[in-house]
Design a protein around this ligand. Structure first.
Ligand code: AMP
Length: 418
């Protein structure tokens, strides 16, 4: 075997590219319809951005970043997520002093050094949206609802929305302390990473998946009842808005999510049928992040969804759906003179906006027909000596098998009519 793709990466081959293009088109169309505009940030950033903007106690920063020194000695990281770069650009380009809220969306590859498995890769793709400059629960509700629309249009069914609030700088510290008190007697039974997080970020103890940690304290205290009046009103407001939209959700007090910067709302989408990596997206509110990245105090809320997992879920839900665009006409030619004419005709019809291809390598009639079928051509136009002599083509409708002879000059119009 020669050189293969690096572990945790994969090729999107032409047979699957149709589905990816479908998803990408849907994402763009949906976001733009909702007033979001695309932002494209670099694939790499200064490492410090993620240390500050994602948080030093997160899995991402502790152990998953692709970090290296470039030839100029700068510490660089391939982007592991899209929010910190979007916030960096928001601050750098002074968007805070323009019309707010800034409603941004992005789509593209992210990089994390994780243990690869089904649905978990080292280069993967996310689409996401960010609202900066809107403090009210309408922004949270929109950010939760818009991806649901994309999932529905992709044919993904039964998405479960998990919802939680993790408070704000005025009520979170008391909850952190309460959690530390609750976990203190069982500290010795926790896994090594929870032990190290006990001081630095005790909320993360809640979402540890290890059996020992779950068993050590099966019912940790929840934040509800301890939220400050503002956070409590925000959460109630969000729930009311989701109810109005008919968006169902499950309140999950363990949902704190990985990133350090979240305040108030956190949420995640889960689906069945795609294995253990069943979260297809998640997000939350990050009211302190813009300031953390050097901008003016600006509330923010966003979501990121994993495109590979969405594609897996769409395939699981509608296995036989066809996403390949196919071809309007394939021109079959027999002999060299016919091949030249096919070349000319194909290019002419393409200029008229049709998807047309022709045989370049002088295959026999049967092989060309098979190829046309594989390319999912709607029509085949056959050029033999006879047709060349009369300036005609034999046109076969591939869905009915019906054959007619028409003038070559009318080919484009005939195909377009059907
Ligand atoms: P996060 O930025 O960690 O909140 O991730 C948001 C979404 O991106 C997750 O819900 C997944 O759908 C997807 N995702 C995160 N990490 C990976 C990965 N290593 N491979 C594939 N998808 C991922």
């Amino acid at each position: 075997m020669g050189i293969v793709a690096p572990r945790g990466t994969f090729d999107i081959m032409p047979d699957d590219a149709g589905l990816w293009q479908f998803v990408e088109g849907l994402v763009r169309e949906t976001f733009e319809k909702c007033g979001y505009r695309e932002i494209r940030t670099p694939m790499f950033e200064h490492t410090e951005l993620f240390e500050r903007g994602v948080g030093s106690t997160t899995d991402i920063v502790e152990k998953e970043m692709y970090t290296f020194k470039d030839r100029g000695g700068r510490l660089i990281t391939l982007r592991p997520e899209g929010t910190a770069p979007a916030v960096r650009a928001f601050v750098e380009h002074g968007l805070a002093s323009r019309a707010l809220p800034a409603k941004l969306y992005y789509m593209g590859p992210m990089f994390r050094y994780e243990r690869p498995q089904a649905g978990r890769y080292r280069q993967f793709h996310q689409f996401g949206m960010e609202v900066m400059g809107a403090a009210g629960p309408e922004a949270d509700a929109e950010v939760i609802a818009v991806p649901l629309e994309i999932f529905r249009a992709m044919g993904i069914q039964d998405v479960v929305v998990n919802l939680n609030s993790i408070g704000c700088p005025s009520c979170k510290p008391a909850y952190r302390q309460r959690l530390q008190e609750a976990y203190a007697p069982v500290l010795g039974r926790l896994c090594p990473s929870c032990k190290s997080r006990y001081d630095r970020n005790p909320l993360r103890l809640l979402d540890c998946k290890s059996e020992e940690c779950r068993a050590a304290l099966p019912e940790p205290p929840t934040i509800f009842g301890q939220l400050c009046p503002e956070c409590s009103a925000h959460f109630d407001g969000l729930r009311r808005l989701l109810d109005k939209l008919g968006v169902g959700y499950v309140i999950n007090p363990r949902l704190v999510r990985g990133l350090d910067y979240y305040t108030k709302t956190t949420f995640e989408y889960n689906v069945g049928g795609i294995g253990s990596q069943d979260a297809i997206g998640g997000g939350g509110r990050y009211d302190g992040l813009v300031e953390e990245c050097g901008g003016p105090p600006t509330p923010g809320v966003g979501v990121a969804c994993g495109m590979e997992r969405c594609v897996l879920a769409a395939q699981a839900n509608a296995a036989d759906q066809e996403y390949q665009a196919g071809m309007d006409v394939f021109i079959v030619s027999l002999g060299e003179a016919a091949r030249e004419r096919a070349f000319e005709l194909a290019h002419g019809m393409r200029r008229e906006g049709l998807a047309v291809d022709f045989d370049m390598i002088g295959r026999g009639l049967k092989a060309q027909m098979r190829y046309a079928d594989k390319m999912r051509a709607r029509f085949v136009a056959i050029l033999g000596d006879d047709e060349l002599a009369t300036g005609e083509a034999t046109v076969k409708d591939m869905s009915t098998g019906e054959q007619t002879r028409i003038a070559q000059a009318e080919l484009a119009a005939c195909v377009r009519r059907q």
